[in-house]
Design a protein around this ligand. Structure first.
Ligand code: ZN
Length: 127
């Protein structure tokens, strides 16, 4: 009846207690991956699967490395979502970023579109 030694302890699926935030440095190896909501389709996905927009100084830019400090908003790396992000979404994005202009948001969206289109393009060529 004794469990085998060295059996990994299963993670408690009922654990709903948030670990206390330790100020500053991001903890490494957190069991739960951070989730973000796409501003266009409102789907929740892993943060790493989304493209992040961040306010950098007075500008809004695509945070490709997801490491820009401050506020950010996320979007699926999906042309459908980029296309779906209308001027109204841009205004909402701008509001959640607490700065910048709708034009800056739209320009960042254009950057994402260009990136996605070229990625799609090279995929077709490499296939
Ligand atoms: Zn989306």
């Amino acid at each position: 009846m004794s469990p085998a030694a060295g059996t990994p302890v299963p993670q408690d699926p009922h654990s709903s207690v948030e670990p206390p935030r330790v100020g500053g440095s991001p903890s490494v190896g957190t069991p739960r991956r951070p989730q973000r909501t796409c501003v266009a389709c409102r789907r929740t996905r892993d943060k790493q699967d989304l493209i992040r927009l961040a306010r950098v100084g007075g500008d809004i830019a695509v945070d490709w490395d997801q490491d820009a400090p401050g506020r950010g908003s996320s979007l699926c790396p999906d042309l459908d979502c980029v296309d779906r992000a209308t001027a109204r979404d841009a205004a909402r994005l701008r509001a959640s970023l607490r700065g910048g202009t709708v034009d800056q948001v739209l320009r960042a969206l254009t950057d994402i579109r260009t990136h996605l289109e070229s990625a799609q393009h090279s995929k077709e060529h490499n296939a």
